[in-house]
Design a protein around this ligand. Structure first.
Ligand SMILES: Nc1nc2c(ncn2[C@@H]2O[C@H](COP(=O)(O)OP(=O)(O)OP(=O)(O)O)[C@@H](O)[C@H]2O)c(=O)[nH]1
Ligand SMILES: [Mg+2]
Length: 434
């Protein structure tokens, strides 16, 4: 009997196609996702690292007057880093001075129409009027500039009168303006030149954000028997180095970076500054050695800006990779001791070098300038740990209320022919100056 078959044999095989189909669960469609970024190519960046420096910042260096032009000529010949980073200009009322320029692309003869390239005859008023005459062209050229360096020797016409006018134009355009000027040696050039320089400096500090003075007198007394050529060469080199160090801060990235904004704050807050660079061997470093090195560099620099009690320092340091971290505190302590200001703010930039040395370039603020540099930086008892109070001297060498001053001013008026006379005379002169 069929029924006696074991159960499993009673079952007839079933064709699976005949079985009713259980509905398959609907395949879950993924929710609509926003397109996924492609990890491999995506970058979040809005800068172009290949952009050249000049287009990142618009920086100009203008030399005005004979000394200013000489510095620009020196920069063109010896400081390619400055030429790469900034546009350089030589401006003068004196055509002969401009003819001496080599590889300075921008040469501008001030008030060419009326002065005819004859110069300003030691008369600052002529220098001033020459810039005013060409103010529209200068303004157009300076528009869009981020930072302007004005370089001049103060004491005669074009520089003393023209540099403050340039600074005024730059100020109106909102340009960060830094002037580096040579002050004359009274012993070599006399009181008239010194008074012109003093008045020029007073006008300049009214408009420029910050000014550094380089003293020709200090160069001469620091280097007895130096030749005239070498003295001016040293001054020109010191000015070029200051510009190069500032441009390095703007353009050279560091691991601990100081930037354009730090510089802007520094220059906006401080009417005077001085700047130098120095190198210290990195072996056997200690705070005394560091302070001695910085103090000596300050003492030997040609600036006569008084830094006692100053508020700010910007210090850019390149050090070997094994330099201990204590170096920063040592440098800070050194500046505090030298300036005698415990509240000194030091903004520091750090980079590395592969040599056993520490390169330091610093900008240090000054409240004033002191023509009496010997007193200002005379160390007491032969050591540089104590500093004598400087004699601050921001006044004409002759007291402005005295008879001596009145006589001096008469001399000045006689020595410097009045502007109108020169302009009138030049008007009749038909010399073609090209
Ligand atoms: N360091 C340095 N200082 C200079 C140089 N030439 C002149 N000086 C100084 O700068 C002062 C001004 O001189 P100049 O720049 O020649 O005068 P200027 O502005 O051209 O004036 P004018 O010739 O009257 O238009 C002088 O009294 C010197 O003390 C130079 O080549 N280098
Ligand atoms: Mg001149």
């Amino acid at each position: 009997m069929e029924d006696n078959k074991p159960i499993h044999e009673q079952l007839t095989p079933v064709d699976p196609n005949t079985l009713p189909q259980t509905p398959k669960p609907a395949v879950q469609q993924p929710a609509q996702q926003p397109p996924q970024p492609q990890k491999t190519n995506h970058v979040f960046s809005n800068i172009d690292l290949n952009q050249d420096n000049q287009s990142a910042f618009n920086i100009k260096v203008i030399g005005i007057g004979g000394a200013g032009c000489n510095v620009i000529n020196h920069i063109a010949a010896t400081h390619p880093n400055i030429v790469d980073a900034a546009t350089i200009y030589a401006l003068n009322t004196d055509l002969c001075s401009l003819k001496l320029m080599k590889n300075v692309p921008n040469l501008f003869l001030l008030n060419k129409e009326e002065l005819k390239g004859y110069g300003s005859g030691c008369n600052p008023e002529i220098g001033k009027q020459a810039v005013i005459h060409d103010a529209a062209a200068i303004k157009a050229e300076l528009t869009g500039t981020d930072m302007l360096f004005i370089i001049a020797g103060l004491g005669k016409g074009a520089g003393s009168g023209g540099a403050p006018e340039l600074a005024q134009i730059a100020k109106e355009l909102g340009i960060l303006t830094v002037a580096i000027v040579n002050m004359p040696a009274v012993a070599c050039e006399g009181n008239i030149i010194y008074n012109n320089a003093f008045n020029g400096l007073q006008s300049l500090i009214a408009y420029a954000d910050s000014v550094s003075t380089i003293s020709n007198e200090k160069i001469i007394s620091n280097n007895k028997n130096i030749s005239f050529y070498d003295a001016y060469h040293l001054a020109n080199e010191e000015i070029a180095d200051i510009i190069e160090d500032i441009l390095n801060i703007i353009f050279k990235p560091s691991v601990m970076n100081i930037d354009f904004a730090d510089l802007k704050t520094f220059f906006k807050m401080n009417k005077f500054f001085r700047s130098n660079r120095l190198m210290i061997e990195s072996s056997n470093l200690n705070q005394v050695r560091i302070r001695e090195a910085i103090a000596n560099r300050i003492k030997n620099s040609f600036s006569d800006v008084n830094i006692t009690d100053c508020q700010h320092a910007i210090v850019n340091i390149s050090l070997s990779k094994d330099t201990p971290t204590t170096i920063l505190a040592d440098i800070n302590k050194s500046f505090v001791e030298i300036t005698k200001n415990e509240k000194l703010t030091m903004v520091t930039g750090i980079n590395y070098n592969d040599e056993k040395k520490i390169d330091i370039s610093y900008l240090i603020s000054g409240k004033n300038y002191s023509s009496n540099f010997d007193n200002a930086f005379e160390a007491t008892s032969g050591a540089t740990d104590k500093w004598a109070e400087p004699t601050i001297k921001v006044e004409p060498v002759v007291d402005s209320g005295s008879n001596e001053y009145d006589n001096l001013m008469k001399d000045v008026e006689e020595a410097a022919r009045p502007t109108e006379d020169i302009l009138a005379q030049n008007k009749d002169d038909k010399t073609d100056i090209g």
